[in-house]
Design a protein around this ligand. Structure first.
Ligand SMILES: [Fe+2]
Length: 261
């Protein structure tokens, strides 16, 4: 089972914020930073999936997966271009779509999307390390991604929407109309969606390979730390202390050091 150390989790978060600050500018950067500040306590520890045999079902797995997809997307874009593909989108558009294709996995404004599975039977027999939060209204991850971006009034270009919307390719039934169009006028007018789908699939399978090989770093402290952070941001604690950030940040700082902005 793959796990990340506190140092890796902290470094990944720093890397994510650095990519954002280096890629975007102006009002959109301000709004993005506002959104990432809002979700920091939860996003930094979020898993990328719930089951251990899927991908990155571990504390910090979400951010690591996003970093993989951003990197893969840029390398694949270069490979497509070298082989003659038309690249009619900017690096900023590619990175924006890669960064936010799974944003819905952070949950809504109040609740996490994944909760630690507390039933040992599901953990042992089904490898379900995290379970979906029943508090959440059903929404596809992609729909929730768009909804969150809308909430923070973060605009996106048409190519960013197409890329983000279709990253799951034909694994998402709703994408068929975009990807199986037989009318030539309806076929995709940019390769951004194919490149992002490849980048995401590549990241997912490599993360799965790492789990199968048993890439393992001992980090019981991470689990303990996360349990403390989860407790701190729990609604009851929020009410009791009338703030989610103070205690959560105190605990985070104690365990991981000062979080990077
Ligand atoms: Fe993904």
């Amino acid at each position: 089972m793959k796990q990340l150390t506190e140092q890796q989790i902290t470094q990944n978060w720093t890397d994510l914020r650095t990519i954002i600050n280096n890629t975007f500018e102006g009002e959109r950067l301000e709004k993005l930073n506002k959104m990432y500040d809002y979700f920091e306590d939860r996003m930094v520890v979020a898993p990328a999936s719930g089951k251990e045999h899927f991908h990155n079902a571990m504390v910090g797995g979400y951010v690591e997966h996003i970093l993989h997809v951003v990197n893969n997307a840029q390398e694949l874009r270069d490979l497509w271009e070298k082989n003659g593909a038309t690249i009619n989108f900017t690096n900023e558009e590619l990175v924006f779509a890669a960064l936010h294709h799974d944003l819905g996995k952070v949950g809504n404004l109040e609740h996490d999307y994944y909760l630690p599975q507390e039933n040992d039977w599901f953990v042992k027999n089904r490898g379900e390390l995290f379970t979906h939060n029943p508090e959440l209204q059903f929404m596809t991850v992609t729909d929730r991604s768009c909804w969150i971006l809308g909430h923070f009034e973060i605009p996106m270009t048409e190519w960013e929407y197409i890329g983000l919307r279709l990253t799951d390719g034909l694994y998402e039934d709703g994408n068929e109309k975009y990807l199986k169009g037989y009318n030539k006028d309806f076929t995709l007018k940019s390769n951004i969606a194919y490149i992002l789908h490849q980048a995401d699939m590549m990241a997912t399978h490599i993360e799965g390979d790492q789990w199968k090989r048993g890439d393992k770093v001992e980090s019981e402290k991470v689990q303990k730390s996360v349990a403390n952070i989860k407790k701190a941001v729990d609604n009851e604690v929020k009410e009791k202390f009338n703030t989610k950030s103070t205690e959560a940040k105190d605990i985070f700082n104690e365990l991981f050091g000062e979080p990077k902005k």
